[in-house]
Structures are given as structure tokens and as C-alpha cells.
Design a protein around this ligand. Structure first.
Ligand SMILES: Nc1ncnc2c1ncn2[C@@H]1O[C@H](COP(=O)(O)OP(=O)(O)OP(=O)(O)O)[C@@H](O)[C@H]1O
Ligand SMILES: [Mg+2]
Length: 229
């Protein structure tokens, strides 16, 4: 049991092809990956090499053509959508290049959103959301809407939203790719600091080799194959 609990994500013989008319494009071919609790890995690779596709599969947001993803001991392939959704909410946090915040809601409401499906009081949920917003340095921005925040602030709200559920793992797709280099460094510092504090594992897709090399392992996707570089 201990061994299983220590493995957050297990990927075996994972392949993904897309069909476009008669054309069959293989994006991922026999990918194997093990992510342990608290481990931090980077995935690098050229544009179009399949990095986002792999993250979608890891998060159960897309189905593999072959192979399997096991999230915290649960095989994702065979699960009903609602069960998979529940596992995602319980164990995963997502951060994207563009913040994906809901424009009509405040920072606080956006961050509280993933907790709303849980059976907890609104008061407790708001407190948790406030706490995590404080930890990303946005104590004074809780009532702002995304359009009233800077790019770096929006990304920090997105980080807070991903971490508010205390997930086992963060799946981050170019989380600083849309920011200037100074803001990007600040945002990634906050993200890594919080990840350490909360003992969260992370799979980070990035073009930033400097950032990638601060991770425990750097993987490269090339010619549909995942290798350690
Ligand atoms: N739903 C889809 N249908 C068809 N082809 C797709 C689909 N999603 C992705 N692809 C193709 O799969 C390949 C990998 O795409 P993916 O988005 O994973 O690349 P990426 O490594 O994330 O690139 P980038 O660094 O530009 O974000 C691309 O050639 C893309 O066109
Ligand atoms: Mg991508």
C-alpha cells in the first residue's frame, strides 16, 4: 500500500495518435513515466512535440490511444467521467499559460471555485481561499476581477486556485510563458515555494531551460518519445 501511495502518477506504454482524414499522426509513442510524491519534473521539447497532449492525458482530460495512466492508484482509462472528475478535483491542480480565470468572478470566487463541489461551509471555503491568496501575495486583491489585475497577479490567482485543494500534484503547462522575464521569475519562485511548503509534486511543461533545470528531473519529448535529457 505504501508503495502505491508514494506513486502519484504512473504512466505505462502510453501512446496517442490523432486522425485527420486518412492521416494518422502519432504524437506520443510508448511513453513511460513515474512521478513520486513531492517529486518535481520538467518536460521540455519543441513546439508541437506533444507536451500539452501528454499533460492532458496525465490529467485525464483526454484518452490515450494505447497504454494507461494511474493517478494515486486509480486507473483513469476505465472510469466514468464523473468519477474521473472527482479524482481530478481531489488530487490535481492545473495551471496554464493563459490564466483561464472566470472573468465575471472575483479573485476570491475564482480561487474558491474548486472547493465549492465539496461538502464544506461557505465560510470555511472562503477562509481557505483567502489564506492561499495571502500566500501568493494577493491579500489586497481578493475582490478584484481578472480584468482588474496585472498578468503576473492573474497567474498568481491561477496558482492559488490550483493549490487551494492541497492536491497531490500540479500539472503546469507553460505557467510563466505569457509573462515578461522578471514577472515570470517572481511567479515561478512563488509557485515553487508554495509547492515545497505544501509537499506537492509538479509536472511542469516549460520552454525555460533555466527553470527546467531547477527541477528534480528534466524529460524531453522528441519524435514522440519521452527521454531524460
Ligand atoms: N485534438 C487534436 N487533433 C488533432 N491533432 C492534434 C490535437 N491536439 C494536438 N494535436 C497535434 O498534436 C501535436 C502536438 O500538440 P501539442 O499541443 O501537444 O504540442 P506542444 O508540445 O504542447 O506544443 P507547444 O509548445 O506549441 O504548446 C501537434 O502537431 C498538434 O497539431
Ligand atoms: Mg503546448
Amino acid at each position: 500500500m505504501g508503495v502505491i501511495e508514494n506513486n502519484v502518477i504512473e504512466v505505462s506504454a502510453l501512446s496517442k495518435s490523432f486522425h485527420d482524414g486518412d492521416l494518422n499522426v502519432t504524437v506520443l509513442n510508448d511513453v513511460n513515466l513515474l512521478l513520486k510524491a513531492r517529486e518535481r519534473i520538467a518536460i521540455v521539447g519543441a513546439s508541437g512535440s506533444g507536451k500539452s497532449t501528454l499533460l492532458q492525458l496525465l490529467g485525464g482530460l483526454d484518452k490515450p490511444s494505447q497504454g494507461e495512466v494511474v493517478l494515486c492508484g486509480n486507473k483513469l482509462n476505465n472510469l466514468a467521467d464523473n468519477v474521473r472528475g472527482k479524482l481530478r478535483n481531489q488530487h490535481l491542480g492545473f495551471i496554464y499559460q493563459f490564466h483561464h480565470l472566470l472573468p465575471e468572478f472575483t479573485a476570491l470566487e475564482n480561487v474558491a471555485m474548486p472547493l465549492m463541489v465539496r461538502n464544506e461551509s461557505v465560510k470555511k471555503i472562503q477562509q481557505q481561499a483567502k489564506d492561499i491568496l495571502g500566500r501568493v501575495g494577493l491579500k489586497d486583491r481578493t475582490q478584484h476581477k481578472p480584468s482588474e489585475l496585472s498578468g503576473g497577479e492573474r497567474q498568481r490567482v491561477a496558482i492559488a486556485r490550483a493549490l487551494v485543494t492541497q492536491p497531490k500534484v500540479i500539472l503546469a503547462d507553460e505557467p510563466t510563458g505569457n509573462l515578461d522575464s522578471k514577472t515570470a521569475a517572481q511567479v515561478s519562485d512563488i509557485m515553487m515555494e508554495l509547492n515545497n511548503e505544501l509537499d506537492t509534486a509538479i509536472v511542469m511543461v516549460t520552454h525555460d531551460m533555466g527553470l527546467a533545470e531547477t527541477m528534480d528531473i528534466v524529460y524531453e519529448l522528441k519524435d514522440s518519445v519521452l527521454t531524460t535529457s
